[in-house]
Design a protein around this ligand. Structure first.
Ligand code: IMP
Length: 407
């Protein structure tokens, strides 16, 4: 593994990044998140037990790894507290290895309320976690930041003005109930101890670690096609989910990124609204959803399913400057007689497919590329050739050991 690796989803999220970060974390010392919030849901299976992480980096499951939440995240104190408590119950230790940037903007209860009522009319199909409204406040320079928790009495007047503003939006634009100020204030008071335990100038820490040659993984959340600039706008999330987001979301320069691993499922899924050229509505869609357990880890919503879209991946690989690929959930295709890959679009923007013969064999116990059925090897080799990028990792099941390292 290279010194510092950025791991990114290349589709609309849920590519299985959590499992791969967890697997690669074994050979690294630090895992950092740099964007998004608790809209993310990373499911990881360790020793037969499933863990779902929303905010905490997937490296936390390895006891000696340092984990960072960078300035680019938006942070719900309640959600983070609950997640930490749940993980601590299962024996995971956060002391002296979990760091939160003072510059993270907070998601307040009013942001969550605005997100929920607004999405009813706007129909983006958000996760309802307040992520969009929190980033709006960040860009408008009125957000409350994690470092502000240092002195709640100093913060109170600013918070009051912000909550009043949010409540005007709720009452006058959306005809909805306001959120009492004391509820918002109480949430901050109740969770101020998170500040005491974890606040850190993370950018400085990172610069020390880079100088000490520590091996660092940067863990993307959501997928590149949900990027605020390069995704399927307006059906996107509100952060920079592509490689550029890492640089601003942690405060690290591009020369410290040694490799960029792009993760794609062997097919495609999407939660929420928005374009999806290779979406299927037939028996194949039902099979992909059923075999792939395609339900959102955060909201439980069923995911829309379709074939792999290499034309779309090609564009997003350039945006991210991906240096190697990981294909996940290849085993989900085990029972298909025929499998398709979109290689272009016609004049109506409908997909043009290349059809592959299915391998019709269970592959979830296979450990090496050359032991895969010839049809599965051909499928992977076609992806490599089309995208002009090596597929270094193939995931054939949810557990750490169900991972094939091709090179
Ligand atoms: P938001 O991030 O909650 O504002 O939602 C905006 C869009 O991004 C919606 O279509 C969500 O379904 C999608 N989205 C946000 N987070 C994730 C994720 O972690 N996986 C998949 N889709 C996501």
């Amino acid at each position: 593994m290279a010194q510092n690796t950025l791991i990114l989803g290349l589709q609309w999220g849920d590519e299985g990044k959590g499992k791969i970060v967890d697997a690669l974390a074994e050979n690294s010392e630090v895992v950092c998140r740099f964007q998004g919030g608790h809209n993310a849901g990373h499911t990881i299976k360790v020793d037969g037990e499933e863990k779902v992480l929303h905010l905490v980096p997937s490296g936390i499951l390895h006891p000696s790894i340092d984990c960072v939440l960078g300035n680019g995240l938006v942070l719900s104190l309640r959600a983070l507290s609950e997640e930490i408590l749940e993980l601590e119950k299962s024996g995971i230790n956060f002391k002296d290895r979990f760091y939160i940037s003072n510059d993270c903007c907070l998601i307040l209860p009013t942001h969550i309320q605005i997100d929920k009522v607004r999405d009813k009319s706007e129909g983006i199909g958000t996760t309802g976690k307040g992520v969009g409204p929190a980033y709006e406040d960040k860009v408008a320079r009125r957000a409350i930041r994690f470092g502000d928790l240092k002195d709640l009495s100093f913060l109170k007047p600013k918070l009051k003005i912000l909550v009043e503003y949010h409540n005007k939006i709720l009452m006058h634009l959306y005809d909805s109930d306001p959120v009492p100020f004391k509820d918002v204030e109480e949430e901050l008071v109740e969770h101020q101890k998170l500040y005491d335990k974890f606040h850190t100038p993370t950018q400085e820490l990172l610069s020390e670690w880079v100088q000490d040659n520590k091996k660092i993984i940067f863990e993307g959340a959501q997928g590149s096609m949900l990027d605020i600039d390069h995704g399927t706008y307006p059906y996107v999330t509100s952060s920079s989910t592509t490689a550029g987001g890492l640089l601003t979301g942690l405060g690290i320069g591009p020369k410290y990124i040694d490799s960029i691993l792009g993760i794609t499922k062997a097919y495609t899924t999407r939660v929420g609204e928005g374009p999806f050229p290779t979406e299927l509505f037939d028996e194949n869609a039902k099979q992909l959803a059923k075999i792939g357990h395609e339900f959102g880890a955060t909201t439980g919503r069923p995911r829309r399913c379709g074939w792999l879209d290499l034309k779309a991946l090609e564009k997003i690989m350039f945006v991210n400057s991906v240096t190697s690929l990981c294909v996940t959930k290849l085993d989900v295709l085990d029972r298909f007689k025929e499998i398709k890959i979109c290689i272009d679009y016609d004049e109506n923007q409908d997909p043009i497919y290349k059809t592959f013969i299915g391998w019709k064999t269970q592959i979830s116990n296979i450990k090496t590329f050359t032991d895969l059925p010839k049809e599965a090897q051909e499928y992977i080799l076609f992806i490599e050739t089309y995208l002009r990028c090596p597929v270094d990792i193939i995931s054939v099941g949810p557990s750490r050991d169900q991972t094939i390292y091709k090179s």
